[in-house]
Design a protein. Sequence first.
Length: 528
Amino acid sequence: MNVLWITLEDTSPRFQVYGDRIARTPNADKLASEGVVFQKAFSTAPVCAPARCAAITGVYAASIGGHHMRTHFRNLSHEGQVPPYEPVPPAHVKCFTEYLRADGVYCTNNEKTDYQFSSPFTAWDECSENAHWRNRPAGARFFSVFNLLAAHESGMWPDGRSLETDPASVQVPPYLPDTPIVRESIARHYDQMARVDVQVGRLLDELEEDGLAEDTVVILWSDHGEGLPRGKRHVYDSGLHVPLMVRWPGRIEPGTRRTDLVSTIDLAPTVLELFGLPLPGHLHGTPLLNQENPRKFVHATQDRFGGYYDQSRAVRTGRFKYIRNYHPELPRFLFNNYLNQHPVQQEIIRLMRHNALEGHARFFGEQNHPVEELYDCDADPHELNNLAVDSSYHSTLLELRSELEDWRRRIGDLGDVPESELSERFWPSGIQPETVAPHFLVYGEDDYCKEPIGGRYGAEYKVQGPALVQLHSPTQGASMAYRFENQQSWTLYTGPFNLDSGDWKLFTKAVRIGYRESPECELALTVL
């Protein structure tokens, strides 16, 4: 059994299978019709890097210091205040693909990572624009990730191509101004979604060509909601509600629809369970194909984006959404140099300059946030009518307020820690910690290796065979890998291995998330 994981960028459920009649997504719709469609799937964060941090580690980004957008970039909030850094999770937190690799699964990523930390070399057998399951050793099971980028918010910016979607046919969310520029931008997004769908179809065709379609689970999802103002970077459903569809031939009834809550935090445990592996106890999610204990809540975080801080937390049931805003003194309109390139954002700014925002679009001109927001998402899917001050919903407000605070305690939410303190905690004085180089330990006949051998500049050793080789890194939580001379790829170290007689040249190095990888060490070993 194999898994093909297809990740889309900045995509809300704009597919025919989700009821969108304008969408041109026949390949994704066919995939969905052959498996299960999750109608209430939500991301953990409304922006790429924190959402992907959670997906690859299986823990909420805010619990390990990965909640601010792209901490390794120097930006307005960093200049003179916070040097670039990467989160350093507890030593037991790893990219979940390491558990797969340790079980012999060939893991590939094509190509984007954006995890808030440099992708450890131990996470993937192959991570490049050429990464593909077709490169695996014969007969190996695979977990292959393809990141399809065309639906990113930047795809709504004019690019010289004429529109294929009629702007007059699109629906403009009520919180955006209904102007030609806004309609053209949404139409351009539909065009980009059609291009993404062609890529989806190509991957599915390749599975068929290789005779693997019946033996491969396909998971298609998006990192967060679409890149429109008040969508991406906001914990409203427009920024969190994502498509999620899974095809598992022979195991999932075609045409299945699920209306229970699921979260992208559930993806890592889902893949581990699909491969029959035990779930590490620190994971925050649960396998989404297991319906024995359905979720009652999903949770999400919002923190720094670019140069501004706007901390919010959200919890949602099947019907209600509660949002807590920790900076109610802030206006809704905050500076983001990247977002300001968006034609819809520019249109909002133009209308603000002329005091011409109307209806619910006046949201962008509000001079502060409410401390609490509560929405009935069934009756009010665009989350326009704040019920937090309505006494009829007081018990719901109290329940969700309590759940949010309990969840923050359970996961150890670091959102209240100043980013300058996080930076100093993870990279003291702005210096990235380095993983200590691993050592070789070689055991032979009557040789119990009381001292480690090998080093940065190489070492030589002889032992009476057969030999048992062990690796050790003094860095807590480090992952190690090794390779032999003339071998390009690294083998994840999972335990001691045997070598028969001969001359062997071994190389090893180690890494921990957030740390610089260790120097490479080598050993020339003669087994007599």
